[in-house]
Design a protein around this ligand. Sequence first.
Ligand code: ATP
Ligand code: MG
Length: 421
Amino acid sequence: MAVKALKGFKDIIPGEVETWQFIEQTARSIFQRFGFSEIKVPILEKTKLFTRSIGETTDIVEKEMYTFPDRNGSSLTMRPEGTAPVLRAYIENGLYAVKPVQKLYTIGPMFRHERPQKGRLRQFHQMSVEVLGTDKPWLDADVMAMAWQILRELGLTASLEINSLGCKACRPSFNKALLDFLDQAQGLCDDCLRRRQTNPLRVLDCKSSNCQEQYAQAPSILDFLCDGCRDHFTTVKEGLELLSVPYKVNSFMVRGLDYYTRTTFELVTSDLGAQSAVGAGGRYDGLVKQLGGPDVPGIGFALGVERLVLLLDQLGKGGSRPHVDLFIAALGSQAQEKAFVLTNILRANGLSVAMDLMDRSLKNQMKQAGKAGARYALILGEQELENGEAVLRNMETHDQENVVIKEDIELWSEEFAHITH
Ligand code: ATP
Ligand code: MG
């Protein structure tokens, strides 16, 4: 029996990968316009990096991490998210000393041991950004506007939900009010009963409809914000309005990671069933210090690539045909040799060129050219070699022209210079 891939781990094969490339290229272009630099960080980290930052009593750390002992016994974890590794790298490489405000992005796989389903995998991919060094509220709006712009340029729509989770100063008073409320609540699910003890804020994230009904009456964190957090949130909202980014305040949105402070947000869609978030993020002002770095504020978000691919596919905007400028259909060994060399020279000159290496008939070679999506085909047979002229066909218009074959293929290749996209 052939060995299969692991459950929840997927290959991204030709036909699909073009959608991925479109998404990545679009995001990279926008990250660059917004002044972000790429950073690449390892997939494996010491487990304590994540337990310390994400929080011991979160779902990710409690039940989703791929954690195992290294051969020497130290505990390693395959990164379940990108913020902690990027912050570790920021601290370890002293990036705070290089520039007062660092804007970093990274693209790559994340690992969570969840139940695989549509839009939920065990290896999935995120495009994520972190801005470190400033807590100006306009930055929060700017970062959300960037996420919004990525969706727009991909041709997708999602709604932006925002909230503030307060800070060290004001969250305890909300926690207390929430605990008082939970003491009165009836028939909570087992998870919520447990969360009430370990991490009360998390209950608001419960998916059970019975719990959700109860929480509709729960106190709103927005009524408990200190002056600083309230002003910050007001300016964030004004910033979004100035940039004409539509948003909705959702005071029940708590995120699945403990490190968030103040602004949090999610991009949600109704087109993916239960997996409704295509991206999410927020501010984490104490996190760099908590990980052993300087006391600098930060904000970031991550977009889930698989969910963006699903949305594009649903709209029929996924996939794309491979791009070939010229297909050379050659017949006979002499013509094949000319084609072989010409192909190589044109590729070096920047054209995407294909030729047949299977001794197919002319008819089948032209079929191949069609399948490859070639814009032009050059027909080079024995007859053509004898006449000293090959036929160049525009595959869209079917117009044909004769091109004189030059002995010096280096020189001949110049005649194809006009086939550029
Ligand atoms: P969810 O509520 O769907 O579990 P999350 O809050 O755990 O999402 P984050 O940790 O905020 O997700 O990650 C940001 C984005 O990464 C999500 O909005 C989603 O698009 C994507 N994502 C998270 N987990 C998965 C997964 N297991 N498979 C595919 N994409 C995922
Ligand atoms: Mg999750």
